[in-house]
Design a protein around this ligand. Structure first.
Ligand SMILES: [Zn+2]
Length: 221
């Protein structure tokens, strides 16, 4: 019981750290964005609904079970988009953390035509090569969760049209890195477009070499 309690406190503090980082990075306006982490006992610690990510404290976090049933915190409600997180935990059982955010360059492309997903940098291949774009569906709806379930377990990242990004990983740090890398790449595409230039994409050989490194890198973690 003691180890579960210390796990809970450590995870809650970690979520607060990444929540404020999300806000400081400009990735979450108003009550936007949410984070969840799987606990050692199989439950989840989740950010509360309708709260700014600016100043969350560990006591704000809500515990939910794998069915999305809230089992703690009488005066906070679990994020309304947690059902989408649960879909990701289900299709990718190694997932330990999920982040949903609204990074501006990423969202700008998610609100326009085709999302530019061809990797431009080594980081993009390592962290977020396989980007799946989901059509606009009401946030937090069962339909969105079902769409995630059927769209593919092989995705690194989901882009939600006219909404934002969902990243996930074996740790909260990994999920955050993916979020930052996709936003950085979206910014590169945007800046190149501002100069009316088409950025040079990595070629097949360059990508394959990076995939080899990725295999070693991820097995190392
Ligand atoms: Zn959102």
């Amino acid at each position: 019981m003691k180890s579960q309690d210390s796990d809970l406190i450590a995870v809650a503090e970690q979520i607060c750290h990444y929540s404020s980082l999300m806000w400081e990075s400009g990735f979450a306006e108003a009550n936007g964005g949410n984070i969840s982490v799987r606990l050692v006992n199989g439950n989840f610690l989740v950010t509360p609904t309708n709260h700014s990510k600016k100043e969350l404290v560990p006591e704000d976090m809500v515990i939910s079970d794998y069915k999305g049933v809230q089992i703690s915190s009488a005066n906070r409600r679990v994020s309304s988009e947690f059902s989408t997180h649960l879909a990701i935990y289900r299709i990718n059982p190694e997932t330990m953390a999920v982040i949903h955010a609204h990074p501006p360059y990423t969202c700008s492309f998610a609100c326009s035509g085709n999302f530019p997903s061809a990797p431009l940098t080594a980081e993009a291949v390592i962290w977020a090569e396989n980007i799946k774009v989901i059509p606009y569906i009401l946030p937090g709806s069962e339909e969105l969760a079902n769409c995630i379930l059927t769209t593919g377990a092989d995705a690194d990242v989901f882009i939600l049209k006219n909404h934002g990004i969902i990243t996930f990983g074996k740790s909260l740090k990994e999920a955050w890195f993916k979020c930052e890398v996709v936003e950085a790449q979206s910014k590169l595409y945007h800046l190149a477009a501002c100069r009316s230039e088409d950025p040079v994409k990595l070629d097949k050989m360059q990508i394959n070499k990076l995939r080899e490194i990725k295999k070693i890198f991820f097995n190392d973690k």
